[in-house]
Design a protein around this ligand. Structure first.
Ligand SMILES: NC(=O)c1ccc[n+]([C@@H]2O[C@H](COP(=O)([O-])OP(=O)(O)OC[C@H]3O[C@@H](n4cnc5c(N)ncnc54)[C@H](O)[C@@H]3O)[C@@H](O)[C@H]2O)c1
Length: 345
């Protein structure tokens, strides 16, 4: 934890694990009541990144950077540059053990500014030599995941004739809805932004109001907006066979996975479903992998989910617990090839 010499803001970098390789994870720039809350968030989120990267088959550990803003106001202009340069210095001081990317409150353009102080940064815009917007790749990974979910829940990975309820038609959700439509799925969609109705009409999707979203009668509910929507209060309202989407941190707490299982609702862990973006960005920028190789890796999300569902079935546990077990195994086994600590790899 350091205080930025330009911005005066507290910056916390939590490196949870480097067993599988340099730790990768986003930079969260958000308001926290006190620096202690920011540290707690960084620790929790960095652990989740270890799981996400391991389950995505990436030779990266997990980490997260958090900049604690004193108010909800987002720094802009010179103030923002100062904060991003402080963040870049903090990242550089870790000598490549941590590779930063965008997260809540930070953008690919911010990564370019951070890149002025350190080369251990990923997901810059294409014009700055980065891999650009990751949302399409996150959506492609989500489609692979939905195929595995459909197979597990209905015995066939086919989308035609099935109904998917997409909550949030933003960058990722919009792509997911388009890809599902193209694959012959029926769609029910919602967004708090009524401006997204145009996309719904274009895709022939039924529109529901956001307040009614959780109770949509669909085969699979696809959360693609904010996290924390699955709680002890909302799970009883669900009218779907499965929940699988790219939104991060869908469960308000780990035990909610058991409530879903008790209702016979299949839940695909979001850390697995949403990994397409990080697979693609790190593949292009850190491993120089081909698009063919990356497509195979993204499609592998389906195989990982099949493994998790199988483990959950045979152990009589939830997919969330099975995913946790698998992460433990992957980290214990260690990297399959020796890794280097530099981005040139
Ligand atoms: N962008 C990526 O590559 C990526 C990668 C991994 C995970 N994710 C996760 O996927 C989710 C979506 O990310 P995004 O990049 O598409 O964000 P986005 O901001 O582009 O889209 C979110 C959409 O959800 C809508 N929304 C917000 N609250 C809502 C609500 N209560 N009900 C219905 N709609 C609501 C917003 O209006 C917006 O259209 C987030 O949870 C994000 O953390 C994104």
């Amino acid at each position: 934890m350091v205080r930025g010499r330009r911005s005066g803001l507290p910056i916390c970098v939590a490196i949870h694990s480097t067993v599988l390789g340099p730790a990768a994870g986003g930079c969260r720039i958000a308001h926290y009541a006190d620096p202690g809350a920011a540290v707690a968030d960084a620790l929790r989120l960095s652990e989740a990144m270890t799981g996400k990267n391991a389950l995505a088959g990436l030779e990266h550990g997990g980490a997260k950077a958090v900049v604690a803003l004193p108010t909800a106001a987002r720094p802009a202009g010179a103030e923002r540059t100062a904060l991003l340069h402080d963040l870049g210095d903090a990242i550089e001081s870790l000598g490549g053990r941590y590779i930063a990317g965008p997260d809540v409150g930070s953008s690919p353009a911010d990564m370019s500014v951070i890149g002025g102080r350190t080369r251990h940064v990923c997901c810059r815009p294409v014009e700055d030599g980065g891999s650009g917007d990751s949302s399409l790749h996150t959506a492609r990974g989500t489609l692979a995941a939905l195929g595995a979910v459909a197979e597990e829940a209905f015995g066939s990975p086919r989308f035609a004739g099935r109904t998917f309820g997409v909550i949030g038609l933003g960058a990722v959700g919009g792509h997911v809805a388009r890809l599902l439509h193209r694959a012959g799925a029926r769609l029910v969609v919602t967004d708090v932004d009524p401006g997204r109705r145009g996309l719904a009409e274009e895709l022939g999707a039924a529109w529901v109001e956001p307040d009614d979203a959780l109770a949509m009668e669909v085969d699979v509910l696809v959360p693609a907006a904010l996290g924390g929507l699955l709680t002890a209060r909302t799970v009883p309202r669900l009218r779907c066979a499965a929940v699988a989407g790219p939104a991060n941190n869908q469960l308000d707490e780990p035990d909610t996975a058991r409530l879903l299982a008790a209702r016979g609702i299949l839940w695909a862990p979001d850390v697995v479903v949403s990994a397409g973006g990080v697979i693609h960005a790190t593949g292009i920028e850190l491993r120089r992998e081909s698009e063919e190789r990356l497509t195979a890796r993204i499609e592998d999300i389906a195989a990982t989910l099949h493994r998790i569902f199988h483990l959950a079935r045979t152990r009589g546990t939830t997919p969330a617990a099975a995913a946790g077990h698998l992460v433990g195994e992957l980290v214990r086994r260690g990297p399959s090839t020796p890794h280097t600590m530099t981005q040139e790899g």
